[in-house]
Write a protein that binds this ligand. Sequence first.
Ligand SMILES: NC(=O)c1ccc[n+]([C@@H]2O[C@H](COP(=O)([O-])OP(=O)(O)OC[C@H]3O[C@@H](n4cnc5c(N)ncnc54)[C@H](O)[C@@H]3O)[C@@H](O)[C@H]2O)c1
Length: 367
Amino acid sequence: MSSFSVSAPTAVLGSAGFEHEQVILCQDRASGLKAVIALHSTALGPALGGTRFRAYGSDEEAIADVLALSRGMSYKNAVAGLDFGGGKAVIIGDPLRVKSEELLLAFGRFVASLGGAYVTGSDLGTTTSDMGVVARVCRWTAGSSREGDGVGETAIHTARGVLNGMKAGAHHRWGTSSLRGRAVGVAGLGKVGRPLVELLVREGATVVVTDVLEEAVARVTRGLREVAVVDDTDTLVRTPGLDVYAPCALGATLNDDVAPVITAEVVCGAANNQLAHPRVERLLADRGVLYLPDYVVNAGGVIQAVGQLRGHSALETSLKVEEIFDTTLAVLTRAASTGVLPGEAADGIAEQRITAAAGRRRSGAKP
Ligand SMILES: NC(=O)c1ccc[n+]([C@@H]2O[C@H](COP(=O)([O-])OP(=O)(O)OC[C@H]3O[C@@H](n4cnc5c(N)ncnc54)[C@H](O)[C@@H]3O)[C@@H](O)[C@H]2O)c1
């Protein structure tokens, strides 16, 4: 196992410079663990965000990813009204090759050493069962399931949250929150995309789907014969008559090529970091396409994780996920009244909450 190799920190941090409270490089030679934990902000409470396990091209790439992801979690948690800050961890390596119980336990000990400043959970490359292993040595773990029993699965709540955000978008755009008769395109039929399609069909929407994996498409179409399938995301975004486009696969799919051809009037999906660049939101808006900020509508998963941490009932968690409707409307209303795009309006709401909490903390008051 190689040691960390990081060139000038400024090259990694970018022009924005230092924005994070703490960035910790973690190494355990015995198990082969190499991980980075980033605490962007603890102003609202412990930094909360999952652990991504990925084979990065370089240590710099891993650090850049964890910095962006942890910042995103601060904003997501703040806008969702949660009393948690933003953090994230990345474990460097191919999970299929290097993941082991010993490595996860070593990672758990690093998280535990932070004494609750960081609360972790599952993310791409880690499962709720992995978090069950981490939880054996670290009590600051959300979304864990010790026997693969599905407890801690966040995806269904994420799908419900996206649906609520979509209804708020419909209300804003068409004056009714009903999705009956609306044509919705869903790209990515994984843990979130699949239940989202089921919820949309139940709402009376017509759904067009795509996924790179044939079996993912088959799993959806087997049960729901009324769902139409297209070959790829490029075809989906150009499909005539689409009302809503829901990106539920990878990030950065809304780019300079997609913005000019997208047919949907509203974009609302689960994928994190959908905009390849913030200016893409302006390109979409200039064509009359309403983009609902990803971190506002995909907060159902983190709301579920907080519910598990705090011992909330299933009903309390569901009601909090329903609130994504109101949160999304609040973002859209602020955007309309201040003349900014929804992305900027959402960032403004998050920054206001974080700054106010940081101010209270400085003055010694409760967060
Ligand atoms: N799981 C959650 O609770 C949660 C919460 C918030 C955000 N998200 C984000 O939502 C997205 C989906 O999460 P998930 O848990 O469903 O992931 P997943 O890995 O279970 O599913 C992703 C699906 O997208 C498909 N896919 C990959 N590339 C594609 C492409 N180019 N075109 C079409 N389909 C493609 C994959 O085959 C897979 O079926 C991710 O970006 C994730 O970060 C998930």
